[in-house]
Design a protein around this ligand. Structure first.
Ligand code: PLP
Length: 293
């Protein structure tokens, strides 16, 4: 894969050289994780034109995260204009990731307002080995989230559903999975329900219905890809709903998937070393619902 420099943009300043320092030592996003982000897939076609996937949904979720944190986000058009300028500099056919980052701003200079950045990275062609492997399936380890499935009800200070910059726990869980010889994680509530992954939503087909974890109460992030899949499934006549799924039920599921906008639905091949059912036709159908086929 050709190495392509990331493209960096700052709302208010436009596209900058990737080596330009854009965060100061007192930025509260850096020093406290006090901020939020969102990320989405970019497709660069064989015509060399880059386009985003689901930008509106990701900007809406970023605005919801910013609201929950009490951070004033730049207006949608400011993000969109910057992103458009950044996409114009990427021409190598393949996939990329856009990361939108918003922090509370500078501790020593609060009047400077929030920091709003965008980073565009190129990931190569979709048939690159690593991407293809992820789409074939993932071995998953179940890890406790340390909380019951209703921990976030009436507790907005816990920031349920907010995509904060504080991802250290998510990253630690993925490290733990690798140490156990697995590829990824399924978080489990202390009362035994499947929640989501550190960077993915969760889907299972049980009794012919497509199920996903409810966001309310569980505090999990609303995955834009899960929402897109559920809407397409319903339009296609497939029963699809939010419902808590006991992890003990997964052994009789027709299939289970970790889902995100960067890699689409990745079928779970094993959970803690036990094989789960795989249905390639169903995975293909769900990938199509997600816009990945
Ligand atoms: N859940 C968490 C915790 C995530 O970090 C992500 C994506 O990064 C997702 C779910 C998937 O969200 P989306 O489908 O919008 O990419």
């Amino acid at each position: 894969m050709a190495v392509v420099q990331p493209v960096v943009g700052v709302v208010g300043a436009g596209v900058v050289d990737a080596r330009t320092p854009v965060i100061t030592a007192d930025d509260l996003g850096f020093s406290r994780g006090d901020g939020c982000f969102d990320s989405l897939r970019v497709l660069i076609g064989d015509d060399g034109v880059a386009r985003t996937e689901g930008l509106e949904a990701h900007l809406a979720r970023l605005a919801t995260s910013a609201d929950a944190l009490g951070i004033e986000s730049p207006p949608t058009y400011a993000w969109s204009e910057l992103i458009e300028a950044m996409l114009a500099s990427l021409h190598t056919p393949g996939e990329g990731t856009l990361k939108l980052i918003l922090t509370r701003g500078r501790e020593w200079l609060p009047q400077a307002g929030p920091t709003a950045l965008v980073v565009l990275t190129y990931r190569g062609r979709p048939n690159d080995e690593a991407v293809a492997r992820a789409r074939r399936g993932v071995r998953v380890t179940a890890l406790s989230s340390g909380r019951p499935s209703d921990a976030f009800l009436d507790a907005p200070w816990l920031l349920g559903g907010v995509k904060t910059l504080s991802y250290a726990i998510n990253v630690a869980a993925q490290r733990e999975a690798r140490a156990r010889g697995a590829d990824d994680v399924l978080f489990i509530s202390t009362d035994g329900y499947a929640l989501d992954g550190p960077t993915s939503g969760f889907l299972a087909v049980l009794d012919e219905a497509l199920l996903t974890t409810p966001t309310e109460g569980t505090g999990i992030l609303a995955s834009t890809t899960v929402q897109r899949i559920l809407a397409a499934a319903r339009a296609d006549g497939m029963p699809a709903r939010e419902e808590l799924i006991p992890v003990s039920e997964l052994s009789r599921a027709r299939g289970a998937w970790l889902v995100s906008s960067s890699r689409g639905p990745a079928p779970i091949t094993e959970l803690d070393g036990r094989q789960l059912a795989l249905d390639p036709a169903l995975t293909q159908r769900i990938a199509r619902y997600a816009g990945f086929a």
